[in-house]
Write a protein that binds this ligand. Sequence first.
Ligand code: M6R
Length: 609
Amino acid sequence: MCGVVGYIGDKEATSILIDGLEKLEYRGYDSAGLAVFHDGGIQIRKYKGRLSILAENIAEENLSSKLGIGHTRWATHGEPSDRNAHPHTNVAGNIAVIHNGIIENYMKIKEWLIEEKKIQFKSETDSEVIAHLIDHFYEGDLLQAVYKAIDKMEGAYAIGVICKDEPDKIVAVRKDSPLIVGIGEGENFLASDIPALLKYTRDMYLIENDEVVLLTKDKISIFNALGQEVKRDVFEVTWDAQSAEKEGYQHFMIKEIHEQPKGIHDTLMRRLDKDNNIILDGIKLTKQDLEKINKVYIVACGTAYHAGLVGRFAIEKFAKVPVEVDVASEFRYRDPFVDENTLFIAVSQSGETLDTLAALREAKRKGARIMSIVNVVGSSVARESHDVFYTWAGPEIAVASTKAYTTQMIAMYLLALYMGRTKNTIDKAYYDQTIAELKTMPDKVQQILNHVGEIQQLADAQFNNESVFFMGRGVDVNVAHEGSLKLKEISYINSFAIAAGELKHGTIALIEDGTLVVAVATQHHLFEKMLSNIQEVRARGAYVVAVAKESNKEVEKTSDIVMYIPDTMDELAPVLSIIPLQLLSYYIAVARGCDVDKPKNLAKSVTVE
Ligand code: M6R
């Protein structure tokens, strides 16, 4: 979703802004722009399309400046266009604003500005109202004008503001949309995400909700909603800038697919002691707590939701507690049965997904115990949870989530096993066997990654399909859903996942000669049933690609191609069976010439509703 960058110091602002925005390109955007102080005024440049268009357009100009704000926009209100791109200004052009998020009451404010102030709007965006509102309240003090403006604004926003009459400051605000400040020497930075600033500093302040920041080149002041200055600990980023670079891979997605053995290893080993006991550290789930919990909700979006589906399987299997999984955008509006005996688990890579955050708040309001499984340390979801189980995937840049998903599943398994042992719903031998098998996962994932050539060949033969069906039974159907999402989001193929037993109730009508069907068939007790389902689609002309364990050669008799995974316990098969599906999606998207890391219409972190 949109990216925000700001700079104030002695260096060339334009190049720092462009560089920072480049690092945020992975979030997804459709236009880019910047505002800098130059020649005694604010200069705005903004263009529809890639950041390179902005960079090329300003390359020939001398836009020398020591202060500026930059933005990549992902359209919500108004089409992607030059005029809807940010920054937006007031009528006089002496106040410039960049904005991530949505101003929910913008229409009311806009109508008032048009009627009362006779403002002629230059764009169709909600964001433009911010510049006019600040202008309306401006009486020589930008900070105060911003405070008065945000008092009138509803919704989610991270904004950066500069003003011609106060050329030594940037004012920024955060409400439900991520914002960080980078601490430099004689210079300071603003951004919506850490990678934008890593080249310049590792010391950051994570800005909290409803806080307002005043940046000068030598000072950073953070104020709360009441205007009182607050103290904030410096957050030191420990991962290196290289983790956010491609390191020779063609795309971030394939790099991140290959980082899964490490992510799984790190997520696992940070939670196991030398005797294979699960150490939850700061997470305070005692036997009494667990005995009190009579229901678990797992709530998330997209891929994280699919990890939640595997989590339901694991918790019901190991801890014998009923679990409901829901997409966050539905959960928050369906008045769910949540009380103080509910454990609510939010799953989110970014920890900034607005729907997930809103669902979490709703569950918290109703008294639930809130746990989150999050990849980004210090993110909003993490901060608002009672307990956090961090995944150790490292920064995930590609829009299509891969390593976050596998580490989320590992976190789910660990949590379920911990609950099972604490509640005594699984015996020690089964626990030990499962932990021992979990520890083999990094190697087994690596074994699959060592044979990408075969999957690449399959992708080269199948990339022209216009629709693909994924199916499975038991926990395999959850993998089928994730495989299908991966394929559609990066290759734009119309893909669909279904419980194999459900096919005959309607969807089988769509199977015809040559239809590609991907059948995930790793579950021993369901294998015969899956074979029947495979035969059903083959009888109607489908071309079947199966995912199966390597000792199970029987599947070859009914499938056209088999993508094998190493043998493992049925319970843990999802950690392995998703890998060939990620690779297949990736290579199909490459063969179709798609922009793999930045698929159209998508954003990495969805901070709007
Ligand atoms: O950051 P989150 O895990 O909360 O993001 C949730 C979804 O937006 C995300 O998983 C999305 O579905 C990905 N594009 C999937 O690859």
